[in-house]
Unconditional design. Sequence first.
Length: 262
Amino acid sequence: MNLVDTHTHLSREYYPDDFDEVVARAVEAGVTQAIVPCVNAQSINSLFEAADQYPQHLFPLIGLHPTDITETYREDLALMESLLTDPRVAGIGEIGIDLYHDTSLRSEQQEVFYTQLTWARERNMPLSIHIRSGYEDALAIFNKFGNVQWSGVLHCFSGGIQEAEWAIRHGFALGIGGVVTFKNNKLQEIVKAVGPEHIVLETDAPFLAPTPHRGTRNESMYIPLIAAKVAEVCDLPLEDIARITTENSQRIFQKLKTETNS
């Protein structure tokens, strides 16, 4: 049974002491491929080093995270745009709007998000989208592009059924992580409503570890726990969830499928 982690910060930047062991544990658990998002310009070298070391397993994205915007953000964007043609890059992310803790850079977040969405449209590249307390802003920016189809994932999906339906209509899958295993969470209702054909699995490791590891460092090897909960919620065999979500992941991030068939 092969599984894909569509969002994990699996590089030495986040796992300085046991990076190789973390990769090995993921592969042993059946998580044979992982999408590794970028958050800022400083993380790029670590992402590429990880991809070079594990080219069949780790696939980096390029993007500027909304809470990593600094006074050099335009220079950072220029550097990132220049790297989009690098053959190791599987897409653009993680990008988006995050107004949960701080709204002081709201206009800069909007500018950065719009710029990176433009890259995706111009290059037909998939996206990893981060939205936290910012759906109104994010949807307004998407609307500037008209009623177009995108390819990508709403990472760590936290919206309601209306946001889920919007995402699906516009070509996005919902990124379902450890939160789905927590007690009394609305995400289970969303997963049941939309079905596995519209979701992908993720950990957001080292953050948001699933039950029973909640509160500890997360790893990609926990994807089977998330898959098992999704299978329970959808009343389907685990093997079906693994197959469907892996196919969804490979359809969105074409480099995964290319590597699998090589």
